[in-house]
Write a protein that binds this ligand. Sequence first.
Ligand SMILES: *Cc1c(COP(=O)(O)O)cnc(C)c1O
Length: 492
Amino acid sequence: MDIEQFRKAGYAAIDRICDYFYSLEKLPVTSKVEPGYLRKLIPDEAPENGEDFTKIADDVKEMILPGLTRWQHPSFFAYFPTACTFEGILGDLYSSSLSNPGFNWSASPACTELEVITMDWAAKLLGLAPAFYNASEVGGGVIQTSASDVVLVAVVAARSRFQRDHPDTKVEDMVIYATTQTHSLAKKAAIVLSLQVRSIEVKSEDQYALRGDSLRAALEEDAKLGRKPFILIATVGTTSSGAVDNVVELAAVLKDYPDIWFHIDAAWAGVALACPEFREQLYLPEINESATSVCANFHKWGLVNFDCSAMWVRDRRLLTDALDVTPIIHDPSDLSFVGTAIDYRNWHLGLGRRFRSIKLWFVLRSYGIAGFQRHIRKTIDMNNLFVKLLSESKVLTLFAEPSLALTVFRITPPEGVDKFSAEALSDLNARFFKVVSARDDIMLTQTSLNGHVCIRFAVGSARTEENHIKQAYEIVEQEAAKVIETWRQHQS
Ligand SMILES: *Cc1c(COP(=O)(O)O)cnc(C)c1O
């Protein structure tokens, strides 16, 4: 393809993308293709001779679009929606057209410098302390691929620091601290690094949040066993129910354990810190005072297309001490600690990296702080509407306190039934989830909280409006009533 052919194909691509977005609301949310559907449509080998690009683009429409789960659909309430924006799409387009591995400053000064600056913008947007700004030249921010990569980097750095300070420590004694509600990223990091995880139990009366007492009890028990906890992953907004670990209490306990790295995983909820009214409930003051590292995904609720996982550290040398493999050919004059001339290759796992800051820059400039806050507030308001509708339902009940834009709910035990065991209720809810997931006009996910099956409803797509919330509520209400009715018939 030459430049003029690219111009033509590029315009056509934008036209097709616009058509897709126009049609989105009328399309099903979920795909009904069978596993292996694509093998029947696409040959086993690449073509011998190059094909016409129009035909290739046509096949995207014919073969790929039908096999998509439509995360941008306004009735997508599963997982955590990814709030993709046109500004972000354009950022990705520029980024790939500049195709640039940007691993150190001199490899492409603009790539590094824009990331340094936009990560400070993002830190300020979320109200993080100046200690986390790149401008501090001590702490700083970096964009990673995912929250799981952020944790991997934090664990590697925490392990290095701990081993440096306690050279006699055996790796087999080292433990990552998390809770039963922590995202699988803790287990993933443990597998990759051959470390152990301790998943501390949390209680329903604490809304599934980790409390200081439980942390202290675990630490004292492990001290007796000679085990060495070296990092605590606390979650601000868990994936399952939006629980917020009690950062105040955890920070107070960790004062007695200064060797333990304190990571805050706010992958989902972190972007809500953009609105001052949510900062206290998300423990921002304590995070600012005591966290060693913080993660917030802009690629979830934060209007930036996947991927853009923001990581901040209080001391950048903890990353570079652990990950710096600088060969002389890369950088004879070490500029990697000063100003905007950071060598980001020493802040992450790979060498080359995508130019992701351009998406963040486009989004933050186009929305402005006010527009970003409006998006967060609007989605939370819509979740509150769902909660209000739910409060009027006879067949559905909240299972945990709603958290920002996430609601966990389930079927109310049917009236007139004296002994409805926890298992029977979980079975009923599993059946309820099955019928809801068989629909293609809405998508939700289920979860299990301390063994109780529930349904999650997460708002966050940039396209969801009130009417989609009302419609979603009607669907779950009707399906729940039908499931209960069938259950009753089986009883009699
Ligand atoms: C979604 C989520 C993650 C994982 O995010 P990735 O960027 O996909 O790795 C981690 N933690 C929490 C709390 C999440 O909600």
